[in-house]
Design a protein around this ligand. Structure first.
Ligand code: SF4
Length: 247
């Protein structure tokens, strides 16, 4: 790719760049989207934020195909299921991932705001802000874009998910936006990927243990997340201006 073309791309205004990328790649395969993002649009400036949950193995396998040393951020909230931590180690080993970065909450802040690790009971938005949203900011430093594993079939606000977005000063890439549950299941079989052990126990979407239950409605895979609360997202995918104030 000529140097001038690369410079032109980097200097393109955000809205123009989004229009170009979504126009070019909205119907492309996940691998094509990943390769264009990793190798052409944001070389050395792209990361993947993974929960090592029910569907994470798909994106991790696709990434490992391109570059096993690609940086993967794991938000270590301190409140994951032990099965998730075991599953993370298993996937790292099986896929040969060499650059998984564990990101815990700031310990001083945690001791002040949540010394008993019970904030999730009284104020889950503040707990997610402490354990996920704020730790992500420094982890993303130096990156211009990040990959997510969100898909339209997850429902809610995700039903209109584009392949490329921009929020809070960074691009977000959603290579699996158009995948269906059947696509995910087929990929697990084709690639002989291990399932998260809780999937068989009725958990199609898996986050921290205090806020994850088996799906109440099998047709709504996120119905076990923050069950009984108005909350549906952890806040990572909400613009800063819309986030609740917690400090
Ligand atoms: Fe806290 Fe629950 Fe958010 Fe995890 S998902 S950070 S336990 S509120």
């Amino acid at each position: 790719m000529p140097y001038a073309d690369q410079q032109t791309r980097l200097q393109q205004p955000v809205e123009e760049r989004l229009a170009r990328l979504n126009g070019e790649l909205r119907h492309a395969s996940a691998t094509t989207i990943l390769r264009a993002s990793l190798l052409r649009e944001w070389p050395q400036k792209l990361t993947y934020v993974s929960s090592f949950g029910a569907e994470s193995a798909v994106m991790l396998a696709l990434i490992a195909d391109v570059d096993p040393d690609f940086p993967v951020i794991f938000l270590e909230t301190g409140l994951h299921f032990p099965q998730t931590l075991d599953y993370k180690d298993k996937l790292i080993d099986q896929l040969g991932l060499t650059n998984v970065r564990e990101t815990p909450p700031n310990e001083t802040e945690r001791k002040v705001l949540d010394p008993k690790d019970r904030l999730w009971q009284s104020d889950p938005d503040a707990c997610c802000a402490l354990r996920k949203v704020r730790p992500l900011e420094p982890a993303l430093e130096g990156f211009d874009a990040w990959i997510t594993g969100r898909k339209r079939f997850h429902g809610g606000a995700r039903m209109s998910l584009p392949v490329f977005e921009h929020s809070a000063g960074r691009f977000k890439v959603n290579p699996l936006a158009s995948w269906t549950q059947e696509d995910v299941d087929r990929f697990f079989v084709q690639r002989n990927l291990p399932r998260h052990p809780l999937v068989d126990q009725g958990y199609p979407s898996i986050g921290c243990w205090p806020c994850t239950r088996p799906a109440e409605d099998p047709s709504d895979i996120r119905s076990g997340r923050w069950a009984g609360m108005a909350k549906t997202e952890c806040g990572l995918h909400v613009d800063k201006a819309e986030r609740p104030r917690v400090f």
